[in-house]
Each structure stands twice: as C-alpha cells, then as structure tokens.
Write a protein that binds this ligand. Structure first.
Ligand code: PHE
Length: 400
C-alpha cells in the first residue's frame, strides 16, 4: 500500500502546508529525505501556532505495515472527532505523521525531525517496542511527551519521565498466556520459538517462561529466529522431537503466519500461542488454515458488546470499511488521552502537558478504563482470542 499524506485535519492548513512540505511527507520516502527548512524560518513556536501540532511516528510501510496503518487510522478518527466538536482550547489538532518503514533507526530519525523542525507539542508512537525504545531517548532529551499506544516491553517507559504508554506491559501479558495455557488449555509442556531481533518477542518469551514455570509447567525447548528468516523447519523439527503440547510464538504476524504453515507441514498439530503481535488481518492471510485453534492475548475484542466498543467499531467500519484491530483501538485511545490531558493542562508547554498526562485517571477508553501508574504504564485487563474459521473470537478476559 502506498501512503501519501501527512494527516492534516483542516483544509486551510492542508493548502498552507502543501506549499511548505511539497510531496515529501510519508509517500514511502525516508524521513531523512524530508526537508522542512522553509517551514522553520517562517513558523513561530509551538504555543503560538494556530493549530496544536502532534507528531506521529508509525510503520506505514515495511514488515509491520498493518501496525502503523491501523494505529494511524485510530488516531486520525480520534482527531477528527475532537476537531468536529471544537478542538482543544479553541484550536484544532493537527497530526503530522512520518513513516519509519518498520525500522528502529528510521523511527529515531523521524522523531528527531518532528521535534526539531515541526513545533510539535507531543509525539504518538511507536507500536513496536524496539522502535519505541529507539525514539524514546530523543523525546526524553527534548522533553517532548511521548505516548506509545501499544508498545508493551517494560523498557519503553523506563527511558524517562516524558515517556508514557496506554497499554499493559509484557510481564503481565506473559502471565496472561501462561495462566491461560495452564488453566484453560491444561497444558504442562510448552516449546518457545522467539524472534531474537525484537525486544518485544524476547521479553514476552522470558516473562511467559517465568510465569509458566511458577505455575507448574515446563518449557521443554527454547528456539530462536530472526525477523528476516523465512525458513523455520530446523527449529520446528527440534521442537517436534521434544513432544510439547503447545508452542509459544511471541512474534509479529508475518513470521508467525509462516511458522504456523511450516509447523503443520511438519505434522505438528498442537495449538500455537502468541501475544498482541499477532493482531493483524494479515496473520490469517499469511498463515491460513494453519492458524486454526491457536490463541493469542491482545488489547480488546470487537465481539465485546460494551457500548463504548461497539460505537467505536461501527464508526471505524463506516470510515475505513475495515474492522478495527487492537492497534486501531489503541491508537484511538492514545489520541483521546492526549487530547484529554491537553484540556486538563495548565498551558500547552511540554512540561505542563507531561504533568497532565501523568495524572490520567480512570479515563473511559475503548480498551478499558485507563489510569497511568507511577511508572507511566496503564494497568488494565487483557483478552485472549481464539482463531476459528480465520476469525478472531473472544475467549476470556484476564485481570491484572
Ligand atoms: N506490543 C507490541 C510491541 O511492543 C506491538 C503490538 C501492539 C503489536 C499491538 C500488535 C498489536 O512490540
């Protein structure tokens, strides 16, 4: 999918910025290819802008493109709603999005660009933990509040007091899948197959292992791959020899889809287990039938009948003719929490805004009520979804 825009919520500004930005935003081009120097000369500081500018760093292209596209749509929908109801403090929100091509170094470059050249008051992003970890020091050093919608590795918010997230963290997510494997699937012997390129995958594999052993289970083999791998047969053959009852594959959807197919080709019919990194429509496109009767944890379920969720799902479907996955909901929630914090902030200085975000309490978000704790993480339940006939079906909710 080609992606050709910076999301501007207001036609006047669209015209204004088109002149400044030419065609350099997104369009699959590298953030470092952008040049906004003309904009710098003319534009006053953040608080004097006619709009409130928010930067977004997302993987709009590359191996995790659905993460970025979904998140972006969720944010865009939230900003449209906020602007239609008068904006924030009398100003419209303006979203400036840069594509990081699913690469950590590009996420860092994009964050630098947005902060140094675009007078943004805050950053939304990234989804993948390794990319949030790459951009967080840049946000922290410039004292720009950053909210990751859905990076779950603990290190993300440990990078400094300007870094927040609106999702749960992986020690909890690992425990969720360990409890589910032990108590619901009643399995005791699990194999692990982890992506060693990803902070998310290695973290989740470790947290699952700790919780699973604590609950009386054993990890009979722990194999690894890297995100560019396409052939997992040797790891899966070694796993088969250990006769596990399930395989934990805490990776992202592209690798997981391929792993599922190759596991079935080798005659492994046991369930595969995973985390929120599976939550993409592409998962089943790639893995097909091989994913039937597998389970993963995520942030919400579109099958939940709560009015808050159903209103969001129908608005999203109307807008994009697509179902909102977990990241779309998290993008929407992150944007709504940022806007709410702006409304509660004394001024729109980055410091005041940071204080306001830090005191977010019981915010009624789509994915649950969100309170940010002293570590700037959200404490909230996770859901477990089962793949049946190629669709994700709600199984259970696990409380923190
Ligand atoms: N939690 C994943 C990470 O930290 C990212 C992710 C979130 C993936 C939500 C899919 C859905 O890298």
């Amino acid at each position: 999918m080609s992606y050709k825009k910076i999301s501007v919520q207001n036609r006047f500004f669209t015209a204004y910025f088109m002149g400044l930005l030419l065609s350099q935003w997104i369009s699959g081009c590298k953030p470092h290819a952008l040049s906004l120097s003309q904009g710098n000369v003319r534009e006053p500081s953040a608080q004097n802008q006619a709009t409130i500018r928010v930067g977004e760093v997302s993987s709009m292209t590359g191996s995790e493109a659905t993460f970025g596209i979904s998140t972006h749509r969720g944010i865009e929908l939230a900003f449209e709603e906020i602007n239609q109801s008068g904006g924030v403090l009398g100003k419209k929100l303006q979203l400036m999005t840069l594509d990081d091509q699913s690469k950590p170094e590009e996420a860092a470059t994009a964050a630098t660009k947005l902060i140094s050249e675009n007078q943004i008051v805050a950053l939304l992003g990234e989804v993948a933990s390794s990319r949030s970890i790459a951009m967080a020091p840049i946000a922290q050093n410039s004292k720009t509040p950053m909210i990751s919608p859905s990076s779950t590795n603990p290190r993300v918010t440990e990078m400094g007091n300007y870094i927040f997230r609106v999702c749960f963290i992986d020690p909890f997510q690992g425990e969720v899948m360990a409890k589910f494997a032990l108590n619901d699937l009643k399995v005791k012997k699990v194999a692990v197959l982890r992506d060693v390129d990803s902070d998310y995958s290695t973290g989740l594999a470790d947290y699952f292992t700790t919780a699973f052993k604590k609950g009386g289970g054993s990890v009979v083999i722990d194999e690894s791959y890297t995100s560019s791998d396409m052939d997992f047969k040797s790891q899966l053959t070694a796993i088969r020899a250990k006769k596990p009852e399930a395989i934990l594959v805490p990776g992202y959807y592209t690798s997981v889809g391929l792993i599922a197919r190759q596991a079935r080709e080798l005659g492994l019919q046991i369930p595969l287990l995973g985390g929120d990194g599976w939550d993409s429509p592409k998962l089943v496109e790639i893995g097909g039938k091989a994913l039937e009767n597998s389970y993963f944890s995520s942030h919400y379920s579109t099958e939940n009948t709560s009015p808050k969720i159903q209103t969001f799902v129908s608005k999203f479907r109307q807008h994009y003719q697509a179902n909102p996955d977990g990241m779309a909901a998290m993008g929407y929630d992150a944007a709504m929490i940022l806007a709410d914090s702006m409304k509660r902030s004394k001024t729109l200085s980055k410091q005041d805004l940071r204080e306001a975000i830090a005191t977010t309490q019981n915010f009624p978000a789509v994915t649950g009520n969100i309170t940010l704790n002293e570590k700037r993480n959200a404490v909230k339940p996770a859901v477990v979804l089962k793949i049946v006939d190629g669709a994700f079906h709600y199984q259970t909710t696990i409380q923190p």
